[in-house]
Write a protein that binds this ligand. Structure first.
Ligand SMILES: [Zn+2]
Ligand SMILES: [Zn+2]
Length: 117
């Protein structure tokens, strides 16, 4: 048996399935970024995921959220996303253990990164 976290693959396209939260039903699901296939996570994975969220710092919980759709947050075109080279990102600041940090969320691919202020 393999050890460590189990990777799940899409039965339709064989791509890696990514965990995300179904906000309406408040459950964890796995989804395929390629074809859109999704399935509910099994309860044991679900528990691990919830624990992770509970035990991480408040700031990390903030980073986990996809803030691209939040109209109250400012946008900047002075950045370049490392993942897709897009030049627009939503950004917000939060205080972390290292001090004030700017968080960026690429508006195209959702990639997140951070900068110390
Ligand atoms: Zn797929
Ligand atoms: Zn991007």
């Amino acid at each position: 048996m393999a050890t460590g976290p189990k990777l799940k693959f899409c039965p339709e396209s064989n791509d890696l399935l990514y965990p995300k939260e179904d906000r309406e039903r408040k459950v964890l699901i796995f989804h395929c970024r390629n074809c859109g296939y999704q399935e509910d996570a099994d309860p044991s994975n679900y528990c691990v995921y919830r624990n992770e969220i509970t035990h991480t710092s408040k700031e990390k919980t903030v980073i986990l959220q996809d803030v691209r759709a939040d109209p109250t947050l400012p946008r900047t075109r002075d950045v370049t996303c490392e993942a897709c080279q897009h030049n627009e990102a939503v950004f917000f600041s939060a205080s972390t253990e290292e001090g004030m940090t700017l968080f960026f969320n690429c508006t195209k691919c959702g990639n997140r990164w951070q900068d110390r202020i």
